[in-house]
Write a protein that binds this ligand. Sequence first.
Ligand code: SF4
Length: 261
Amino acid sequence: MSNNIPVLNIPKYHADELIGRVHSIESFGTVDGPGTRFVVFLQGCLFRCKYCHNRDTWDLDGGELYTVTDMVEQILPYAKFMDASGGGVTVTGGEPVLQAAYVGLLFQKLKEHGIHTCLDTNGYVGVYNEETNKMIEQSDLIMVDIKHIDDKKHHQLVGVSNHRTLRFAQHLADIDKKARVRYVVVPGYSDDLDDVHGLAQFLAPMSNVENLELLPYHNLGTHKWKALGLEYPLEGLQPPPKEKMDDIQAVFESYGIKTIR
Ligand code: SF4
């Protein structure tokens, strides 16, 4: 860690170095992209998902400050392990697109070391500029969480519109960027089969999408809300039954979308 770095809301430039606001790091992640991965959780998110399992990442002023150089130094000792498993580095959050310049430069440096890079994002990109374009370009794989295809229901579930996310997914398709989609099945919110058909119709023409990962809602993040003195919004909600997951998978597959669980 560098010392004497000024506290910034969303950190950007400090001398000729880029600074990221980092919630935490995990050196052997196995669920955020291919192989064994070093996972960087960036701080800050503008979504308000009712089921958020990383509630402590929302605060834009939280986390620790790492320069790109600091972070590369943290990662390099694990490079051989990652490489042997077909893995690499995943940047997630929180929401990493809020720190697009940092992600772009970090990925550029990692790729110079031959390390595979993966961006895990909700796609909340406001403008497509040099920074966001570089972030996309330097990502070997992009995993996009699409929370809901219906804008009104998206609002109810995560507090913001889905327009930016859908535009991001479409942009990746337009530039033929390798992508995977994640969809969380939340009972009573995102398990309606009509909505699933709608999302499948949106994704079906996208030849850049390798697969869709179907994830059942879980309440494992409840303790983080409670630790912050907050009420968990979906208290008592149970994960979807296997039959519902089967039905939803069948819809996606009927559109030719490779679906994994
Ligand atoms: S996008 Fe991720 S970090 Fe942000 S609120 Fe939703 S689940 Fe939490």
